[in-house]
Design a protein around this ligand. Structure first.
Ligand code: C5P
Length: 314
């Protein structure tokens, strides 16, 4: 087969705790990540020239080397030069549905799809954990995007430990189209404001991060208890993003007054999600938030938790 169409799901953070600084200048994190059925479609095919070509239907998405999907293909060409020479270049067509620069790992999941797709296209026989390892060199969220489902992520976010998948969790997601938050800015601001409370020594960093494995959120997930999960939602980055972006705070408050189970910003934002009792409840909340906000810039999606990462489209 000379082309594949892959489904690349977005993620939300049910939990994001910043533990401290790492020697590599990143932050040691304890996160719980969840794939959702809001997804991009990635078409991947071989071309006769030895180049990488990226096309995307979204005007804000670059098609050059600054696109993580491009960099994923480039990584495969340098890792496997002989196979690259045999199969030729790669053409990547991205159909964007995930809002960009939203804290939903849109770029990371596209990169994950390219790794999975090239593994198939070039018949490399790489295992999922080998793909995750390659993904970690591109970005902290890429390994999770390869695997997907529900997982604890520690270290930079690349050390994964899968959890029982969540069923029947319905979510409303909101993002102002014109609003973007820079992830490096969010972490840098957090370090400036809260760096004094960071755990410093490397042994303690790992011990503190591993506490999440037996924490309250994990218990709620193992119980499949949406109400408890909603109560335990946590994201340290809200402490810097909400004060700097009043629209995000307001959206969170609008969700809270619409009677959702719980609401939280995802990743470094600015998207905000809310957990709901059922699909009908989620549709109702979406309508309520739409009429309370009356701003065309706000995109709203009803979505749900899913148990997978990258898949081949049916
Ligand atoms: O790994 P990724 O490229 O997605 O990270 C984007 C930025 O987020 C990094 O450049 C860094 O500023 C910040 N970050 C961090 N600690 C992490 C993950 C990300 O400080 N564990």
């Amino acid at each position: 087969m000379h082309s594949y169409t892959l489904i690349a799901p977005a993620k939300i953070n049910l939990y994001l705790e910043i533990i401290g600084d790492r020697a590599d200048n990143y932050h040691e994190l304890a996160m719980i990540l969840q794939s959702i059925d809001l997804a991009d479609e990635i078409e991947l095919g071989s071309i006769s020239t030895d180049t990488i070509r990226v096309h995307c239907n979204h005007p804000q998405v670059p098609t050059d080397q600054s696109n993580l999907a491009y960099r994923a293909a480039e990584l495969m060409t340098t890792q496997f030069p002989n196979t690259f020479a045999k199969y030729g270049g790669v053409e990547i067509t991205i159909t964007k549905r995930i809002p960009v620069a939203a804290g939903l790992a849109g770029g990371s999941t596209n990169a994950a799809a390219v790794l999975v797709g090239i593994n198939l296209l070039w018949k490399l026989g790489l295992t999922q954990s080998e793909l995750e390892e390659l993904g970690a060199t591109l970005g902290s969220d890429v390994p999770f995007c390869v695997a997907g489902g529900t997982a604890i992520a520690t270290g930079r976010g690349e050390q994964l430990s899968p959890l029982a998948s969540l069923n029947n969790i319905y979510i409303v997601l909101g993002k102002y189209k014109s609003l973007e938050v820079s992830t490096p800015w969010a972490y840098k601001s957090y370090r400036e404001e809260f760096g004094d409370s960071y755990v410093r020594d490397s042994d303690n960093l790992a011990v503190r991060a591993s506490a999440v494995h037996s924490g309250e959120m994990v218990k709620a997930i193992l119980h499949q208890d949406a109400k408890e999960i909603a109560k335990k939602l946590h994201n340290d980055l809200e402490k810097v993003v909400l004060p700097a972006y009043p629209q995000v705070l307001q959206l969170r408050e609008t969700f809270a007054s619409a009677g959702v189970l719980g609401t939280m910003m995802s990743g470094s934002g600015p998207s905000v999600f809310a957990l709901c009792e059922s699909q009908e409840h989620a549709e109702e909340v979406k309508l309520q938030v739409r009429s309370a906000t009356k701003n065309d810039d706000l995109e709203l999606f009803v979505t749900q938790a899913i148990a997978h990462g990258i898949q081949i489209a049916f």
